[in-house]
Design a protein around this ligand. Structure first.
Ligand SMILES: Nc1nc2c(c(=O)[nH]1)N[C@H]1C(S)=C(S)[C@@H](COP(=O)(O)O)O[C@H]1N2
Ligand SMILES: [Mo]
Length: 411
């Protein structure tokens, strides 16, 4: 690394430390790993020049106070060190945001949902906001988590950086979602037995990249999932959906990756043929040496996070009560084990009774002399899937489910 680059990284890392809770050591490691791969410009929150432009017309509508969020411009990560004291659900104003372009502001008076396609036996139909509110409503408490949550740890822990937003573990939130089962809407639109895929499409700006317009953000789910528990959501934690989270209507697909949960839905295509978009072909597909079959990413993996800053200081010779949360896309969490000696010995964490979208856990850090430690939390779900020390790399940096090594300093 030449000295200029080193100076750049130092500056960036100092900005990062104050904005993200990553330690300087983390950032230097990440920077070193990233500098190996060329053309990766998005690893850090925007530098000052870019941040100024973005702040002038923020793509995200809600306030993003730095004590709650790491601001990446079109994405905002929840800071885990701001989570202690929050209840089971993450309040709307604290929920992470991930926009491919920018949050649109939609007039509900003129907005309509249009359902169409070869998977219907008639011409389809439209629904107004009020009509949707008259239909049977259901509630679900579920997480929404970006497929790329934890991506930075491919660089930081495994030395294989993946391009894209360098999320820590805060691209997740849990909320109570209320709305109309997608099944109810499909039935009323004339669902045919021949339907195979259902593709909601967002009303945010189309995605243009390299001179190509890929259209509105949209991604199909199979009809089985659509009819199972997919919910067309009007309310988040008892309030109308906030603009950043999809007002007036978003799809919630419990357990599936973030991008399945299309925001600002304006159209739903129901097809008797498999459907494709950028978001289930070039993006959100596992690629790389470990994935010759290139599976489409659907459900989330098992993960856990500490409600604590990276590099947090703990008092020497004192037991310290620590908390965290663990989750899985496919079943409740069964147990969480903790190691502070690089996996040599493990202690079971105590799980709260409330379990489902995620579970909160408690662990008492034992009295220790001053020094550097790593907290390792290893969650196991009810299907026996356990976090491993490493995970195979994939080019998109999706589903980083390995044990995250969380540095703490005993002082
Ligand atoms: N229309 C639309 N839907 C979208 C997106 C988007 O950019 N446009 N982003 C997706 C991605 S990648 C994620 S992770 C989640 C984020 O949801 P949130 O911003 O409510 O946390 O929304 C998904 N739905
Ligand atoms: Mo995402």
């Amino acid at each position: 690394m030449n000295p200029d680059e080193a100076a750049f990284l130092t500056t960036r890392s100092e900005q990062l430390r104050s904005r993200t809770g990553f330690t300087r050591r983390d950032v230097l490691k990440m920077g070193a790993a990233l500098s190996v791969a060329s053309g990766i410009a998005q690893f850090a929150p925007a530098g000052s020049a870019r941040a100024a432009t973005l702040d002038a017309a923020s793509p995200i509508v809600k306030p993003l106070p730095p004590e709650w969020f790491v601001n990446y411009g079109t994405n905002a990560e929840m800071r885990w060190d701001a989570v202690p004291g929050l209840g089971y659900k993450i309040p709307n104003e604290r929920f992470f945001v991930r926009d491919h372009t920018a949050t649109p502001v939609i007039d509900v008076q003129t907005w309509q949902l249009e359902v169409f396609g070869s998977g219907l036996h008639g011409p389809g139909r439209t629904f107004t906001y009020d009509q949707l509110r008259q239909l049977p409503q259901r509630e679900v408490v579920a997480f929404i988590e970006c497929a790329g949550n934890g991506r930075s740890f491919f660089a930081l822990q495994q030395g294989t950086p993946a391009p894209g937003t360098q999320w820590g573990l805060g691209a997740i939130g849990v909320a109570r979602w209320r709305g109309v089962p997608l099944a109810e809407v499909l039935k009323r639109a004339g669902l045919s037995r021949r339907a195979v895929d259902v593709m909601p499409s967002g009303l945010d700006a189309t995605v243009v990249s390299g001179g190509i317009d890929y259209g509105h953000v949209r991604r199909p789910i199979p009809i089985a999932k659509a009819l199972d528990d997919a919910l067309l959501v009007l309310e988040m934690n008892g309030e109308p959906l906030p603009p950043d989270h999809g007002f007036p209507l978003r799809l919630v697909v419990p357990g599936w990756i973030g991008v399945a949960n299309i925001k600002w839905v304006g159209q739903i295509e129901v097809s008797d043929q498999p459907l494709f978009s950028l978001w289930n072909t070039q993006q959100y597909v596992m690629t790389g040496d470990a994935y010759p079959d290139q599976p489409v990413v659907t459900t989330q993996t098992v993960k856990s996070a500490w409600e604590l800053a990276r590099g947090a200081e703990l008092s020497a010779y004192t037991p310290v009560a620590l908390t965290g949360r663990a989750w899985s896309g496919t079943s409740p969490i069964h147990r969480v084990d903790v190691s502070i000696d690089q996996g040599a010995t493990w202690t079971q964490a105590r799980l709260n009774r409330r379990n489902g979208a995620w579970v909160r856990f408690r662990y008492t850090f034992p009295p220790r002399p001053a020094g550097d430690f790593e907290l390792w939390a290893r969650a196991t779900d009810a299907q026996g899937r356990t976090q491993q020390p490493t995970v195979p790399f994939n080019n998109g940096g999706y589903k980083f489910g390995a044990i995250v090594r969380h540095p703490v300093v005993v002082v």
